[in-house]
Design a protein around this ligand. Structure first.
Ligand code: FAD
Length: 413
């Protein structure tokens, strides 16, 4: 059997890990130049591994398998040094958040850190590359898949018995092309997460950072939208993420090089109904409008100005960790829909009831921060064309994507 895997990310790694010791001929097509080249993904920046039934994707993944895959990633580091923690295992914290209307999300996590990820990826790649049946093709962006006599052909060239599409979110162009040819494979495409990245001095959230490192809570705001925290980075850095035609913000933290600020995203889930069917277009256009106002940069604003819809011209006590060449001081209210802004403000004001200091006037707000959901795709439509990981719409985390690949390989075997 000859299998093509498109993309070499978390899901592809899970798939290969399960199938590598068989006689299946595997060809991996990856658009990046080599294993070191960056593409936007958590296996190249930050690398927090979560074990949780409540987050990471819309799949039922056994806790034992999640733990086994966490060990797989950690075992690829040189000296197994990771930061670990548990969110909301302490019932007192759980009760405190719950009392103010938050839904705490329980999870165990393991932080690999940006520096170690390079080494991990290289070790995985090196091991797979030395298998005789695994062939890597870098700088091979696949743009088209055709169905021919029961087999699938890539870019009008080679045909394969099975094609596994594992292109993550950065591969949305290929997914769009496939969906155009086979529109019936789309089960759902209505959601996008829009919000901001919040940055504040470590000492305000010190206790919480120490207790659980990553605090994840959900909250039904007065607008009716669900708002949640995402990707908390104690002593971390805010960074930009370039999507080609727009730039967003994100955050990460390093194992050694620490800042004095904590950052996390506050995201509002927008779910629209028919005739709406383009959440990526909706999110991208809001990001582009924000960049347009910022002269192709992201916008930074103090929290009080964000709340009062005034342009920020000066900062006060909190200094940004994002390099000043990447942002402009401005007013996010000129680019974001009111309902999103109100949801975020309601969330932060309420969070201040649990953590005093969160709503300090000079804390920092960055935009655009957007998390796209892929189309949810029907994996039962074709026997030999499968979608795994984030591009399938079923996963949103490293461990869920790795597990999805692993389970798909098992099914195939
Ligand atoms: C900045 C950032 C930080 C994150 N941090 C975390 C975190 O700390 N913890 C966590 O659990 N999750 C995190 N995530 C989410 C996590 O990265 C993803 O859920 C996970 O990597 C999905 O795995 P995947 O294999 O589906 O996609 P990816 O890991 O993104 O891999 C997809 C691969 O496909 C390649 N590709 C794309 N299109 C093509 C094409 N047409 N042809 C060939 N190759 C192609 C890409 O270059 C990429 O290498 C983060 C995401 C981002 C963007």
């Amino acid at each position: 059997m000859k299998i093509a895997i498109i993309g070499f990310g978390a899901a592809a790694i899970g798939f290969i890990e399960r199938i590598k010791d068989t006689d299946v001929e595997i060809h991996v097509f990856e658009k990046s130049k080599d294993i070191y080249s960056s593409s936007i993904s958590g296996i190249r920046a930050d690398g927090k591994l979560f074990v949780s039934k409540e987050m990471g994707g819309d799949l039922e993944i056994d806790i034992e398998l999640q733990k086994k895959l966490v060990d797989f990633w950690i075992n690829k580091t040189r000296n197994k040094s990771v930061e670990t923690g548990q969110s909301f295992s302490n019932i007192e914290y759980y009760k405190k958040f719950y009392a103010k209307g938050f839904q705490p999300v329980a999870s165990d996590f393991y932080h690999l850190g940006t520096e170690q990820l390079k080494e991990i990826l290289y070790n995985i790649f090196h091991e797979y590359e030395s298998n005789k049946n695994i062939h890597f093709h870098f700088e091979k962006q696949i743009n088209k898949i055709d169905f021919l006599n029961g087999m699938f052909r890539l870019d009008n060239k080679k045909t394969f018995d099975n094609v596994i599409v594992a292109v993550g979110r950065s591969g949305h162009k290929l997914i769009k092309t496939i969906v155009k040819d086979f529109p019936e494979i789309v089960l759902d495409s209505t959601k996008v997460d829009l919000g901001i990245r919040f940055e504040l001095p470590d000492h305000i959230v010190e206790e919480l950072n120490k207790e659980m490192y990553e605090f994840k809570v959900k909250y039904k705001s007065k607008t009716g939208y669900m708002v949640r925290t995402f990707c908390n980075n104690p002593s971390g850095y805010v960074v930009t993420e370039n999507y080609g035609d727009f730039t967003t913000v994100n955050g990460h933290s390093k194992i050694k090089d620490k800042s004095k600020n904590t950052n996390f995203a506050v995201l509002t889930t927008v779910q629209l109904t028919e005739p709406f069917n383009d959440p990526i277009g909706y999110g991208s256009n809001i990001a582009k409008l924000t960049n347009l106002l910022g002269g192709d940069k992201v916008i930074l604003q103090t929290y009080s100005h964000f709340k009062d819809s005034k342009r920020t011209k000066n900062l006060y006590r909190v200094q940004p960790t994002l390099d000043e060449s990447n942002f402009i001081l401005g007013d996010i209210n000129l680019a974001y829909p009111r309902r999103i802004i109100e949801s975020v403000i309601d969330f932060i004001e309420n969070l201040n009831e649990v953590i005093p200091g969160i709503s300090n006037t000079d804390n920092l707000v960055y935009a655009p921060e957007i998390k796209f959901y892929s189309y949810t795709l029907n994996n039962n439509k074709f026997k030999n064309l499968k979608f795994i990981g984030d591009c399938s719409g079923y996963t949103r985390s490293i461990i869920y994507a790795t597990a999805h690949g692993y389970l798909m390989a098992e099914e195939l075997l």
